[in-house]
Design a protein around this ligand. Sequence first.
Ligand code: FPP
Length: 225
Amino acid sequence: MNRVSHIAIIMDGNGRWATQRGMQRIRGHERGAEVVREITTYCANHPEVEVLTLYAFSTENWKRPKMEVEFLMKLLENWLRKELPTYQREGVRFETIGDLSKFSPRLQERIAETKELTRGNRKLTQVLALNYGGRDEIIRACRKACRAGVELNEANFEEFLDADLGDVDMMVRTGGEQRISNFLLWRAAYAELFFTPTLWPDFTAQELERLIEEFKGRERRFGAL
Ligand code: FPP
């Protein structure tokens, strides 16, 4: 049976969830943040899952209305402050991928502080992809290697990516679209893909558990026969 060590999730559908209820889109993000807590706690207590990578803000998301971008920034900042006890209680180490240099100094400080305070936690690494694009990460990795005078190969490439997370086993996208939208392009080379129509604010640990069961039954050949 397949072992699930790294789960990556594209959390899509917050806006639609709110609009369907006659609410502003930002209310969907608010509810989505609650689901992040539920799924993180589930993964921290799962015997196999070691890394949970969540697509929280893409390099393209800056194109959204200013008010929504500002709300997401504020939500993230408050979230990191509020969630620290959860990270500590559940043994979750906080990590990020993406180019953080575009965020406000305050948010950058909060991110650095959360990483530092949770560094020793061992049950799960929760990775938020922030101002993240898979192509952007690959280009930045190549530049780093070039500056260091290192000749890249498949074995050493990961060292130059934003964080050492290993390959993705399962990539899940909520919200009904069937594409990977520039997420984890290098690490998802052999990921099993799962698409669910469930909007992110309605996603539950039970649904993730069902998808993990399906993953366990899939045949993974990694190119062999
Ligand atoms: C996609 O839904 C979701 C986002 C762009 C943001 C994801 C953010 C969260 C889940 C909440 C914040 C997370 C943390 C960790 C505080 P969409 O807005 O594209 O939905 P739509 O496709 O229905 O419009």
